[in-house]
Design a binder for this molecule. Structure first.
Ligand code: COA
Length: 374
């Protein structure tokens, strides 16, 4: 028996993908051949989903058709809505989302069909309905009736309207959409790998992405964006960044929104989110949170050599947009749904069971003792 791979499978190349590429030393992220710096200022989230699923950018008519088709799929199955209404009023939104996605799977007409055509139909419904579901979860917990989708609006604009009951500004919708594009895909990150492991058993698309939501919820993964905001609120002022950080280091706390398994330099998504945070926090009169973030970043780099990741500046972007903190991670899921579904389709397209070995470090050759004698 050979020794185990590095703890946490660090550095292990588990299989191939043509969806996204990361160079952690150079700080490069590529979706289907396009550097994220090319896409972020130019592409919409839905355009990014088209790119990921089809391997090329859409023409204008193709994008129009794709957007219209997904817009027509936004309404949740009424039985899913009924199920969401039965959840505890204080349910964590990520848990409600995990349950809701699973419920959609119960009612999906293609539920048990893993063919490429059925997978594509399910992927479309999942990307189209995740925003509707998050908005419904938010409305229901406030004792409000969920709002029906409006297919005339873009996916991001409709999410803002369904969540808040009123349309967002063009700038807010555009900012939200860009965060979704930046969250779209990221190699074999933990939640995507979870999806692929489930898909590789020939488990169905909804089972796979339900697992993805569960994996994303954790604070070492998607849960970090909400916790990064809580950290900034806990720090409270620019003056307190240094003392707070000193105490956090002494207590061996992980600073949320910093560090990455793959990047050893600037996370290229953070480059865009930092600038968005600067603009949006200043516009919202919350510039102090940007200043605190910059100070925390400077001190983390100076004292530990650890850079911010995608979640750090996304936190203040969402805060400036007035989004409740416990919806930050569901929004990450809303974007990553495009990636999860792409990976399930890629896995099913060329499948082999994912089944690594474990290095056993327990005892051996123990003698059986009758229960009375133990
Ligand atoms: N705050 C403080 N120290 C950190 C840190 C952080 N956010 N991230 C890493 N480190 C330190 C570790 O304590 C470790 O130090 P040590 O060698 O003295 O023990 C060293 O950096 C290496 O970290 P390691 O735990 O091996 O990194 P990892 O690859 O296992 O974990 C993360 C990667 C992302 C889980 C980790 O950086 C983390 O917990 N970050 C905070 C959560 C987060 O933002 N997650 C979102 C990721 S996109």
């Amino acid at each position: 028996m050979t020794a185990a791979a590095g703890k946490g499978l660090e550095g292990v190349v588990a299989s191939q993908t043509s969806l996204s590429f990361i160079d952690g030393l150079k700080g490069v992220l590529v979706y289907r051949g396009y550097n994220i710096h090319e896409l972020a200022p130019n592409a919409s989230f839905i355009e990014g989903v088209f790119l990921l699923w089809n391997g090329r950018l859409p023409t204008r008519p193709e994008l129009d058709v794709f957007e219209a088709r997904l817009a027509g799929l936004r309404a949740l199955d009424p039985r899913t809505l009924d199920g969401l209404r039965t959840l505890p009023g204080d349910a964590v939104p990520m848990s409600a989302l995990r349950t809701g996605i699973s419920l959609e799977g119960m009612h999906d007409p293609d539920a048990e069909d893993n063919s490429a055509e059925a997978n594509r139909r399910k992927a479309e419904r999942l990307v189209a309905r995740t925003p509707t579901m998050i908005a419904a979860i938010h409305r229901i917990r406030q004792g409000k009736e969920p709002l029906a989708p409006d297919p005339a609006l873009s996916l991001s604009a409709d999410f803002v309207r369904m969540a808040n009951g009123e349309p967002g500004t063009e700038e807010a919708v555009e900012a939200l959409d860009r965060t979704l594009l930046l969250y779209l895909d990221h190699g074999f990150n933990a939640s995507t790998f979870a999806c692929r492991v489930i898909a590789a058993t020939l488990g169905d698309m909804h089972s796979a992405v339900t697992g993805g939501v569960g994996a994303l919820k954790g604070s070492l993964h998607g849960g970090a964006n909400a916790r990064a905001m809580q950290t900034l609120l806990e720090i409270g002022s620019l003056d307190n960044v240094g003392p707070w950080l000193g105490k956090a280091f002494a207590e061996k706390r992980k600073i949320m929104g910093f560090g990455h398994r793959v990047y050893r330099t600037e996370d290229p998504r953070a480059t865009h989110l930092r600038e968005m945070s600067r603009v949006l926090t200043n516009q919202a009169g919350l510039g102090e949170f940007y200043e605190m973030s910059r100070e925390l970043e400077d001190q983390m780099i100076a004292r530990k050599g650890i850079n911010p990741n995608v979640d750090f500046y996304c936190a203040t972007v969402y805060y400036a947009l007035g989004i409740p903190i416990d919806l930050y991670t569901p929004l990450f899921a809303m974007g990553r749904m495009g990636g999860w579904t792409a990976h399930v389709m890629e896995q099913h397209g060329d499948n082999r069971l994912i089944r690594p070995r474990a290095e056993y470090v327990g005892e051996m050759d123990l003698a059986w003792a009758p229960i009375e004698d133990r």
